[in-house]
Ligand binder design. Sequence first.
Ligand code: V47
Ligand code: SF4
Length: 384
Amino acid sequence: MNDMNRIIDITKDVALRNIAEKVINNTRISFDDGVTLFEKGSLSFLGALANYVREKKHGDITYFNRNFHIEPTNVCVFSCKFCSYSKLYAHKEEGWELTVDQMMNIVKSYDGKPVTEVHIVGGVHPKMTLPFFADLLKAIKAHRPELHIKGFTPVELDYMFKKAKLSVEEGMKFLHEAGLDSLPGGGAEIFHPEVRTQICEDKVDAEGWLHIHKAAHQLGMHSNATMLFGHIEKYWHRIDHMERLRQLQDETGGFNTFIPLKFRNKDNDMSYINESSTIEDLKVYAVGRLYLDNFNHVKAYWPMLGRQNAQLTLGFGVNDIDGTIDDTTKIYSMAGSEEQTPSMSTAQLVTLIKQVNRKPIERDTLYNVVTDYSTQDVDLASLN
Ligand code: V47
Ligand code: SF4
């Protein structure tokens, strides 16, 4: 039985069979097709189709990277309803604010360790301005030039640029020249104003978020894109979100990775909302893989999902499980993730990927291969 028949035979639904045919024939699926996948697609159907695309693009390869995070502050002028992490400026003594020296000490604590990336994201602090972050970027590059700096969401950038009275293009160029290499995917949440105004009305809107990523892409920088799902959004809001990303990706080709982020409900203003089921989570990864036909990579961020669920996603379109992270990233542990101090060693990541018969490849931020752990017999005990 060929792939087409094998997958099509999972369902009797004509609309789903047509979508499967399109996917297998490399025809782009429509907005309505995306909604239909959520409405009607069973887990087995979505999994089979998303896995087909994943294996066509990447075979069994599963990427991870060795990185560490710096969270400059959790003080924030905004008050997103899903956020368990920020402290308003009026209560800043309850939060943390790192100086450039303190952040450099974190960077220096990785001296001699084989990390390739630092990920810098935090709250929007009114005193952490564009020149402050430019100093940080320059200090990191002076200390460790080859370390890739992936930092700042459009939420932070929009605020910094406006305060410095620079256009988006001028601000991005300034930070790029100071050492910023790429942008992470945060701050996207759900783009559609019907949802956005209810969960994070005061921060940068969809157009602003997309404008900043476009400006980065035009400078030759790459970026990621997230989607915060499993709260008040409807299926069509998810597809609207992906549609806007797909359109920008058609224009620039600058996105590396799509990262669905499952809403966690501990200690925030949306705690009354139940978290989505694992089945729903897997469907989101699968539909993301199918709708975003022009994104190469779909990433499961394990500190938020938990290790076993991250393993499961590898059969539902995901080909990347982020990195060793190696620190005490707080944004998810504070929102209820089981991973209280998310850190996984390389050996643990390699094992996790091999346990589900996929090939572990360590990558850098731009998906260049650093080490192929699939082709060598690895002494796991020797990896840190
Ligand atoms: O934008 C905040 C999310 C994002 C909650 O690009 C929450 O490689 C779930 O974007 N439940 C920031 N999610 C983190 C982020 C990220 C993480 C890992 C890798 C990359 C990358 C980017 O965290 C925010 C928001 O969408 N978030 N609160 C919550 N309660
Ligand atoms: Fe601030 Fe980000 Fe939290 Fe929103 S999600 S309140 S912008 S730290």
